[in-house]
Write a protein that binds this ligand. Structure first.
Ligand code: SR1
Ligand code: MG
Length: 419
């Protein structure tokens, strides 16, 4: 595809002709593009995603649309977001080992990325809805969050490099704006794009009239928008993880931005909790066992985050923050500083977790864990547990100092009949 051609969305019919001479693709699929098969498989909210295959291999082609796919062309969105997604994939590949799909080609004008087709991985959220387990998931998530948080920050990076990178990503305005409104603001008033299960009306009304709750959430929005601590994935949920039964990868960093180290950890924890609360509607057999497994994933991911973060603290602390020249070189142990930082990260992660639990039931872009429960009367009490626990996390995060307290809180809410 020529770089000079104007942007044009791909279709399954046009793709082979348009990418047929691209070396990144022909190397894997062969030169006879008349033999390629193309399927559009995008089920996300923003982009086109194609699987392109031949007898010799397959690749993913992801292309940005000039609007929000979920809503339509009434909500324009700049194509340049593909540039930031590509930057994020490249940086995540450097900061983690084999945790993200490999990028084969990026075309700025066509806003498209050709990347590794993960096979036989499927979207983790679908596995969780089906009741399937993924070995090593908690460790994977904890390590991914710790490595990207630490290695993308000035605990590790040279300040000049990190500041230059913040400068690059500050050009991305509209994507953070989506999170700023959909995640932090819209859930707490009757915003135009919101929807919720109307059996929850009294509970929603009570959340929306809780001024302390709204204020805490807005304080977290301030951190989210201002604390450029590290490069975030920005949308780390179970739809952004693809897994087999024993291997996982993180995809779709299109919501990348600089932000607080606690954000991705909080978001992914919320999505595991929503998987947990929705389970009674998805299975009868083995409900308890499966819910316990989800809780063990949460516990393991939070523990692993701390363990991996401490390991990096002791082995890769080469940035200007908490320098070894100030601690170890003076004969001073820095482990207390690390523990305090981890405690702060944990508190903020718990608040972000509560906020994500709210927005997936109250704002635009709900999650399938609840949405696949067709009967609103079955869904409402499960959503209510999720909403109430979210509120407690936002208001009392400082009391949830470790994963065992989070897990017992989830178990208590799971027993409650709120509606
Ligand atoms: C308009 S985009 C809505 C949501 O989809 C993405 O997955 C993000 O979570 C975003 O908030
Ligand atoms: Mg996505």
């Amino acid at each position: 595809m020529s770089n000079s051609a104007a942007y044009e969305p791909l279709t399954p019919e046009s793709l082979a002709g348009r990418l047929g001479t691209l070396e990144a693709v022909t190397r894997r699929l062969g030169p006879d593009y008349s033999q390629w098969t193309v399927h559009e498989v995008g089920d996300g909210n923003l982009n086109l995603v194609f699987i392109v295959a031949s007898t010799t291999g397959s690749v993913i082609v992801k292309q940005a649309l000039p609007y929000v796919r979920l809503v339509g062309d009434s909500w324009p969105l700049p194509l340049y977001r593909a540039f930031f997604e590509n930057c994020a994939l490249v940086r995540q590949a450097q900061r983690t080992q084999g945790c993200v799909p490999e990028v084969f080609h990026f075309d700025d004008v066509q806003a498209l990325i050709v990347m590794e087709h993960l096979r036989p991985h499927v979207i983790l959220r679908n596995k969780l809805i089906k009741g399937e387990r993924v070995a090593g998931l908690g460790i994977f998530v904890g390590e991914f969050c710790a490595q990207t948080a630490f290695r993308g920050s000035e605990l590790s990076m040279k300040s000049a490099d990190k500041k230059a990178d913040v400068g690059i990503f500050s050009g991305n305005v509209e994507i953070p704006a989506i999170s700023e409104s959909l995640v932090f603001t819209d859930p707490y008033f009757a915003a135009a794009r919101n929807s919720h299960n109307h059996l929850l009306d009294p509970l929603v009304e009570s959340l929306r009239s809780n001024v302390e709750l709204k204020s805490r959430v807005q304080k977290m929005l301030m951190k989210f928008a201002s604390n450029a601590e590290t490069m975030l994935h920005g949308d780390l949920h179970s739809g952004s993880i693809m897994s087999t039964d024993n291997e996982s990868k993180v995809i779709d960093p299109e919501f990348v931005q600089y932000g607080p180290m606690s954000f991705d950890l909080g978001m992914v924890t919320a999505n595991f909790l929503m998987a947990y609360f929705s389970q009674p509607a998805h299975r009868g057999d083995e409900l308890d066992d499966y819910q316990q497994w989800i809780l063990s994933v949460i516990s393991e991911s939070l523990q692993t985050f701390r363990t991996e973060f401490r390991r990096l603290w002791n082995t890769e602390r080469t940035g200007m923050l908490f320098p070894t020249s100030l601690f170890e070189d003076q004969g001073h142990d820095s482990s207390m500083a690390c523990d305090q930082l981890l405690a702060d990260i944990n508190i903020d992660a718990m608040v972000f977790c509560g906020i994500e639990m709210h927005r997936r039931c109250l704002s635009l872009a709900h999650n399938a864990d609840f949405e696949k429960i067709e009967d609103p009367a079955i869904r409402a009490p499960l959503e209510a547990r999720n909403l109430e626990m979210g509120a407690q996390l936002i208001l009392e995060a400082n009391t949830v100092s470790d994963e065992s307290l989070l897990i017992s809180m989830a178990e208590r809410y799971n027993q409650r009949n709120i509606l």
